[in-house]
Design a protein around this ligand. Structure first.
Ligand code: 2AM
Ligand code: CA
Ligand code: CA
Ligand code: CA
Length: 265
C-alpha cells in the first residue's frame, strides 16, 4: 500500500473541498432536515461528499468509502482500505455561523486507523496525523499530551448531557462539570477532537456519535498519546454509534474511576 500517495491525495482533495465550501458562502444554501428539526443537511454537505467519492473512486478504485450522507458504500466490516468521511462536521454551525465546522476524513486499513485529517476550513487549520509518524497542525508537529489535574481541566461538553436525557443520568456529568476549570461546546465533534489533539481542550465527552464523527479525531488524539474509549471505558466500535470520552492520558483514568464509576451506571 502506498500510504504516501494516499496521504498526498487526501490532503490535496481536502484543501480543494475546503476552497469549494468557502466559495459557496455567496450562494443560497439549500437546507433540509434529517432525523429531527434540528438535524440539518445542506446541498453543500452532499456535494462535498460526492466530490470525495468521485476523486477516490477514480484514483483508488479498490478503496471503500463510508460517508455520513450515504453516497458511499454500505459496509458491515472494515476490511481493506476504508475512507470514513464527514463532509461537513458541524452543519448547524455551517448554516448558522459560517464557522466552527470541519471536513473530517479517517482512513483505515482492516480496521486500523492509518491517516486522520480534520480541516477547519474557515480558519485554514489542517490537523493531520499519520499513524506512527506524528500529528501536525498545518505541518507544525503537535506535542505529546500529558495528564492534567481535574481542577485545571477545560473539557468539551454539550450542555444537553447535564439536562434530563435518555443516555446518562445528568448528575454524573454535572459533578465533573462542577470540579473542572471550565467547559466549552463548539458544536463540531471533529473540531473538539482536534482541539484535544492540539492541547486546546483537555478532553471531549459526548454520548452519541457516529463513525464519521470520530474516525479522524481518534487517530489524531491517539497519535499524540491521548486516550479514546466509550464513557463506560469500552473500546470504540468504528462501525456503529458510540458514546465517546477522549482525553489526555492519566486524566482519562481518573475521570473513568472517580466520576464515571468505571462504567457501572
Ligand atoms: P454533524 O454536524 O456532522 O451532523 C454537534 O454537537 C456534533 O454532533 C456535530 O459533530 C454533529 O455532526 C454531531 N451529531 C451526531 N449526530 C447528530 C444528530 N443526530 N444531530 C445533530 N448533530 C449530530
Ligand atoms: Ca449530520
Ligand atoms: Ca458529524
Ligand atoms: Ca456531517
Amino acid at each position: 500500500m502506498n500510504w504516501e500517495e494516499i496521504d498526498k491525495s487526501a490532503k490535496l482533495w481536502i484543501k480543494e473541498a475546503g476552497d469549494r465550501i468557502n466559495n459557496s458562502f455567496e450562494k443560497t444554501l439549500h437546507i433540509e432536515t434529517k432525523s429531527n428539526a434540528n438535524d440539518l443537511v445542506t446541498d453543500i454537505d452532499k456535494a462535498t461528499e460526492k466530490f470525495f467519492i468521485s476523486k477516490i473512486n477514480e484514483k483508488f478504485p479498490d478503496h471503500k468509502i463510508l460517508g455520513e450522507e450515504g453516497f458511499g458504500d454500505e459496509l458491515n466490516e472494515l476490511t481493506g482500505v476504508v475512507w470514513i468521511i464527514d463532509p461537513i462536521d458541524g452543519t448547524m454551525n455551517f448554516v448558522h455561523q459560517k464557522r466552527n465546522f470541519a471536513i473530517s476524513i479517517g482512513i483505515y486499513e482492516n480496521g486500523v486507523g492509518k491517516i486522520g485529517l480534520i480541516y477547519d476550513v474557515v480558519h485554514d487549520e489542517l490537523y493531520h496525523a499519520i499513524k506512527g509518524e506524528g500529528a501536525f497542525l498545518n505541518e507544525r508537529p503537535l506535542r505529546k499530551l500529558s495528564s492534567v489535574p481535574v481542577s485545571e481541566a477545560v473539557i468539551g461538553l454539550n450542555s444537553t448531557w447535564v439536562t434530563a436525557n435518555r443516555r446518562i443520568d445528568p448528575t454524573i456529568l454535572a459533578s465533573l462539570v462542577r470540579d473542572v476549570r471550565g467547559t466549552r461546546s463548539y458544536g463540531s465533534a471533529a473540531i473538539e477532537m482536534a482541539y484535544v489533539a492540539s492541547g486546546r481542550l483537555d478532553a471531549y465527552i459526548t454520548l452519541r456519535l457516529s463513525p464519521w464523527d470520530f474516525a479522524a479525531g481518534i487517530i489524531l488524539v491517539e497519535e499524540v498519546g491521548g486516550v479514546a474509549s466509550t464513557l463506560k471505558g469500552e473500546p470504540i466500535d468504528f462501525l456503529n454509534q458510540n458514546s465517546v470520552f477522549i482525553s489526555k492520558p492519566g486524566f482519562h483514568d481518573v475521570v473513568l474511576k472517580e466520576y464515571l464509576r468505571d462504567g457501572k451506571w
